[in-house]
Design a protein around this ligand. Sequence first.
Ligand SMILES: N[C@@H](CCC(=O)N[C@@H](CS)C(=O)NCC(=O)O)C(=O)O
Length: 200
Amino acid sequence: MKLLVSATSPYARKCRALIIEKSLEKRIAVAECPPMDDPAELHAVNPLGKVPALIRDRGPALFDSPVICEFIDSLDDERWIPSGGESRLMVLRQQAMADGILDLVMGRRIELNRDITLRWPFWAERWEAAIVRALDVLEAERSHFERSADLGALSIGIALGYLDLRYHELDWRASHPGLAAFHGRWAERDSFRLTEPPKG
Ligand SMILES: N[C@@H](CCC(=O)N[C@@H](CS)C(=O)NCC(=O)O)C(=O)O
């Protein structure tokens, strides 16, 4: 199987980290496929033109990182997403919060990269406020995930790392020390070290 990624995509990083955590590297190859170059291989399997996309041995390719993670988790018996009940909902909620932060950081970056005459500060400010609200909630709720090894905790770790790449001026560690300690523990794991995005 082949996972199409870009080196800086945090959604792809989430899938890559899960593959490493579950020691599935031999079953899923990772291939660089920069979406902004509009590669034919990507468009052939994901009409939305986004990475990550997973080309499977059988069946249609999968896209949207939560769907890909669900599939990766089904490949062995080690559950990173609980199979049912409230614990499953909580892990999916944590993933949704983390992915939502990624969406906000990405939207802000697109807005700020516009020509100065085309920028609309309303949006960047709105998204910055939502990022801080989400971090405040995660800081308050961290006892629910800070010692977990599941997709919820992994996703939150990835989202915090993405703030360093694309919104470092937020200085989230100073305002959210519990999350900083949590991220520090994840940053030491192979799954995070081996998928660290290139700087810049
Ligand atoms: N909801 C999607 C988001 C994927 C996404 O936005 N990927 C970005 C890279 S980080 C992309 O491929 N962007 C290209 C584009 O928007 O055309 C997921 O979770 O996989």
